[in-house]
Unconditional design. Structure first.
Length: 99
């Protein structure tokens, strides 16, 4: 177990997938770390791995707002690429050992 896994706890996570030609996906996790909370985003597609970003917040309420805002934005129906919630936790399990 590496130091990242020992010092963080997953509070919430979602796996979003689009019906786009490139099968784009988006994983979002809300983590509690020693000094606060992190919203961590990973994205990619069949064309390859996209990017990772993270946003730190001191309080859980603020971190949950960031998490919810991103999910709402990505699942909005009037977007060019609409993401939908993954139907299985298996997809999340595939990414659990990334770090």
């Amino acid at each position: 177990m590496d130091s990242h896994q020992r010092h963080s706890e997953v509070i919430r996570q979602v796996f979003l997938q689009s019906e786009s030609v490139c099968s784009a996906w988006y994983r979002l996790r809300l983590l509690q770390i020693r000094d606060g909370y992190v919203v961590e985003k990973s994205s990619g597609s069949t064309r390859g791995r996209g990017q990772m970003e993270a946003w730190f917040r001191w309080g859980l309420e603020d971190a949950e707002k960031v998490f919810s805002k991103i999910v709402q934005k990505k699942t909005k129906t009037n977007r060019t690429r609409v993401y939908r919630m993954g139907s299985s936790s298996t997809q999340l399990d595939l990414f659990a050992s990334e770090h």
